[in-house]
Design a protein around this ligand. Structure first.
Ligand code: SAH
Ligand code: SF4
Length: 392
């Protein structure tokens, strides 16, 4: 348990979700939304930036501590609003520096968030939904079914909690989280209205100041939503491709039947064209033994991606119970990478981090109260859920 965790658990001002309360949770509101909120109260817009600094940079959730606001305003805020952060039910730190949190959401399900340090970078992998409604055949989140979208407060709350676990919790001084990726549980583009304000807060200078180049939304390829994303933000984009042709991708990523590869690549191209700066798409490719890991697949991938400025992230499959797919040998992974490198691509292999705490990519399972009954087809939820340990 970290010192911060002790502080948080002893700090009675930190409050957790209670569905019975109807106050506005200011944690998940972007600066623009807060400006509208304050103007409606007859206050000046600059209050939004003030409040964001308190909440996100200093970690203050108690209005009474916000000393640059008048007592009258603080009382008013207390009567109509609140700052509620997710409840941590499990926290683990791996020997390699990886950290993982399991957070309970209102309704009883839980989600996972992982922090992965790498040289000077610290990447936080956040969840956007409880479970996922898209049933990719190699994904443990997908196999657990779907419960609901996370609110913007529940999404940004993951970063709020991670930021508090470093240094003295003052984000303006201690920037341990330099990158954020939406590669935890869920399909972010199916929770657009909550993901976009959460991204705005992540990038906001008065909050976390994460650069748009270091904030990546990962999607399984929902073409119309990629276009919509490009209209409202300029975060970086990662595509979960996993196959170089439609027949194979139809099996691995079933949403491909609706939005085939050609349309997806065209949407990526449009997204890049709309950006104010020169950037590349990240192509994620989970390597599964004997399924998509052959040299022929790599060559097909090279030809497919030729027109698209991109880098490729190879993810050796992370096994999970009741699934027959296997992780390829290290040689097979290197062989695949070599074909891509020789064709001029930057192709990195995502080293499995945090294996000892089950924090590796694709092993984020949380605990989903499945509403789709999909999980019943595969495995009882309890069997894939890590033992929940209350650490405070
Ligand atoms: N829904 C989004 C983001 C979450 S998935 C998407 O699909 O992009 C995050 C990444 O983990 C995706 O690239 C996904 O394909 C990959 N992944 C899922 N299960 C995995 C597994 N068992 N092993 C390795 N990677 C996996
Ligand atoms: Fe959902 Fe992404 Fe998993 Fe597919 S890979 S089931 S889209 S979380």
């Amino acid at each position: 348990m970290t010192d911060n965790q002790v502080n948080q658990s002893q700090d009675s001002s930190v409050r957790h979700s209670d569905p019975a309360e109807a106050k506005t949770n200011l944690l998940g509101m972007s600066r623009v939304q807060l400006e509208v909120f304050f103007e409606a109260l007859g206050e000046k817009k600059f209050r939004a930036a003030q409040l964001m600094k308190w909440i996100h940079q200093l970690g203050v959730t108690d209005f009474d501590q916000m000393t640059n606001m008048s007592k009258v305003l603080r009382e008013m805020l207390k009567s109509i609003a609140e700052i509620v952060v997710p409840e941590i039910i499990y926290e683990d730190h791996s020997a390699d520096g990886t950290r993982k949190w399991v957070m309970r959401m209102s309704g009883g399900s839980s989600i996972e968030t992982v922090y992965i340090p790498d040289g000077g970078r610290g990447t936080l992998c956040v969840s956007s939904q409880i479970g996922c409604s898209l049933d990719c055949s190699f994904c443990s989140t997908g196999k657990q079914g779907f419960n609901r979208n996370l609110t913007s407060a529940e999404i940004i709350g993951q970063l709020w909690i991670a930021a508090r676990s470093f240094g003295n919790g003052d984000v303006s001084k201690e920037r341990s989280v330099t990158n954020v990726v939406f590669m935890g549980m869920g399909e972010p583009l199916l929770n657009f209205d909550n993901v976009v304000p959460a991204c705005d807060i992540m990038m906001e200078d008065f909050a976390y100041g994460i650069s748009k180049r270091r904030l990546t939304v990962s999607t399984s390829g929902l073409v119309p939503m990629i276009d919509k994303l490009g209209e409202v933000t300029d975060v970086s984009l990662a595509i979960s491709l996993h196959a170089p042709n439609d027949p194979l991708r139809d099996v691995l990523v079933p949403v491909n039947k609706k939005y085939p590869i050609k349309d997806l690549i065209a949407a990526c191209q449009r997204y890049l064209n709309n950006l104010p700066d020169k950037r590349r798409i990240t192509i994620e490719y989970t390597l599964i033994e004997g399924v998509n890991d052959q040299v022929e697949h790599a060559k097909e991938l090279v030809a497919l991606l030729r027109p698209l400025p991109c880098k490729i992230n190879l993810i050796p499959f992370n096994p999970f119970p009741n699934n027959d797919y296997k992780r390829p040998s290290r040689n097979a992974v290197m062989r695949f990478q070599k074909v891509l490198n020789e064709a001029g691509y930057v192709a990195t292999i995502r080293t499995t981090r945090g294996d000892d705490i089950d924090a590796a990519c694709g092993q984020l399972v949380g605990r989903v109260e499945d509403r789709t009954r999909r999980s019943q087809k595969y495995i009882p939820v309890a069997d894939v859920t890590p033992a929940v340990q209350v650490t405070r």
